[in-house]
Write a protein that binds this ligand. Structure first.
Ligand SMILES: [Zn+2]
Length: 460
């Protein structure tokens, strides 16, 4: 008898309170529509105190008007914030370049809550933050392009609370100390580490990829780990991406010499946009959009203005994590929309704010001493859905036909296009490339080689 009576009272009380639940439920789905509040007894006591204070103020006629004005102001501000801060991640995202500071960390969506991860950045916190914001809980494949610390020290963050089915890496186990750390982390999590092989094709949900290189490890130079990076072309929902790790001009030329088709819609610019590039390689990708993962104020001089100029000259719109924070790409019927999560990316660390352990590893393995514990949280900057037609999935349409069919790229941010367009003048100047024919594979011009090539500077 007690339970039916309780149900009756609960049912009756649902009439006056139901609309509150309805408003709260729908309001919370809006961007910035919810406010953090402590849970448990502390939260309850805080709420009770706030309510009592409010009632006490409302009971005094002199204070009612100021209170009403304050409430109205707060409501208007909240509406303003909600409309200026779009949802993250943008609906239908295909790829996100995570702001991991000075390093690489990319996420390709393969289904709801599932993503392939390429590199992990230099610390666990940044990549974990990025994956959490994207709602990624399962990772069918974690690819480590090479074993420099700015690409693998975040492995524990990827493993944090997620299922990783398999990990892969390239042909060179160098530097050895990083190899040992990575294999230790993966083994502890029960994740097998395999080597990739050229030509290998994998398919996961809405994505597939092909390994393009390297055909063999590089030996005999300080930049061997970089040049031995795995290069692959991903086909995601709506566009293709060339993931390049830190390959430098030697590996880039090797790919071209082997006649490898490196064309893609989006280029992850190799090696944090250093000047160690083969211009012919950049030309040959023929991408419409370039993304760069780089830490603000790093000591390597990344990104190189010369390489940025080349990227712009090739007609690519350029987005950088040091300026844009996390960058998401969404394919629409008429183009790719780039959306930034926050306006300023994570700064790279100077020697002063690196831990002794980081400094030690950095000295031998291009480590995270060049990445600060910069901002972790950030609010969405903005996005506008792409509209129109043009980008088609490579599985369903011939690539040359696609390039002739016209593509458009839209970039959005609360601060406007100029804020998202990372390269001063560059991205804003670079026009969309409707109808641009893909360039033929070319060899570097001697003059370019002189400007961009040989060096013996640190190559992390
Ligand atoms: Zn790197």
């Amino acid at each position: 008898m007690r339970r039916p009576l309780a149900r009756l009272f609960a049912w009756l009380s649902s009439f006056p309170t139901g609309w509150l639940v309805l408003v709260a439920r729908h309001g919370a789905r809006l961007p910035a529509g919810s406010l953090g509040w402590p849970a448990g007894l502390r939260g309850g006591l805080l709420l009770a105190a706030a309510s009592a204070g409010l009632l006490a103020v409302a009971g005094r006629p002199r204070l009612r008007r100021p209170l009403a004005a304050l409430t109205a102001g707060a409501t208007l501000s909240a509406v303003g914030v909600a409309s200026a801060a779009p949802a993250w991640p943008p609906p239908g995202w295909s790829m996100v370049v995570c702001d991991v500071g000075q390093g690489d960390g990319m996420v390709g969506s393969v289904g709801t809550g599932t993503a392939a991860v390429i590199d992990t950045g230099p610390d666990p916190g940044s990549i974990d933050r990025c994956l959490r914001a994207l709602g990624v809980r399962r990772i069918p494949l974690l690819l480590l392009t090479h074993l420099h610390a700015d690409h693998v020290e975040g492995v524990p963050g990827v493993l944090r609370g997620r299922v990783v089915d398999e990990a892969q890496t390239g042909p060179l186990d160098d530097p050895p100390d990083e190899h040992a750390r990575v294999t230790g982390w993966l083994a502890a999590a029960g994740v097998a580490l395999h080597r990739v092989s050229v030509g290998e094709q994998r398919s996961f949900g809405t994505a597939d990829w092909t390994v393009l290189g390297p055909s063999a490890a590089f030996h005999g130079r300080p930049s061997d780990p970089n040049n031995s990076s795995v290069v692959l072309r991903l086909s995601l929902r709506g566009f293709t991406v060339l993931a390049t790790g830190d390959v430098e001009w030697q590996a880039q030329r090797a790919l071209l010499s082997a006649g490898t088709d490196v064309r893609a819609d989006v280029l992850k610019v190799p090696h944090h946009v250093s000047d160690h590039q083969d211009p012919g390689f950049l030309d040959s990708v023929g991408a419409a959009l370039a993304v760069t993962s780089v830490g603000r104020g790093n000591s390597y001089g990344h990104p190189s203005p010369v390489t940025l100029d080349r990227v712009r000259a090739d007609g690519m719109r350029s987005y950088r994590t040091d300026d844009n924070g996390d960058v998401a790409l969404v394919a629409g019927p008429r183009g790719i929309t780039a959306t930034a999560r926050r306006g300023r990316g994570t700064p790279a660390a100077g020697p002063d704010n690196a831990t002794p352990d980081q400094r030690l590893r950095a000295s031998s393995s291009c480590g995270p001493a060049h990445r600060a514990g910069g901002q972790i949280a950030g609010s969405a900057l903005g996005f506008v859905p792409a509209a129109g037609s043009g980008v088609a999935h490579p599985a369903t349409q011939d690539r040359s036909a696609r390039s002739g069919g016209g593509r458009a790229i839209r970039s959005t941010a609360a601060g406007g296009l100029s804020r998202l367009a990372a390269d001063p003048g560059g991205a804003a100047r670079a026009p969309p490339v409707p109808g641009r024919a893909r360039p033929a594979v070319t060899t570097p011009r001697p003059a370019d080689m002189g400007r961009l090539l040989p060096w013996s500077t640190p190559t992390c």
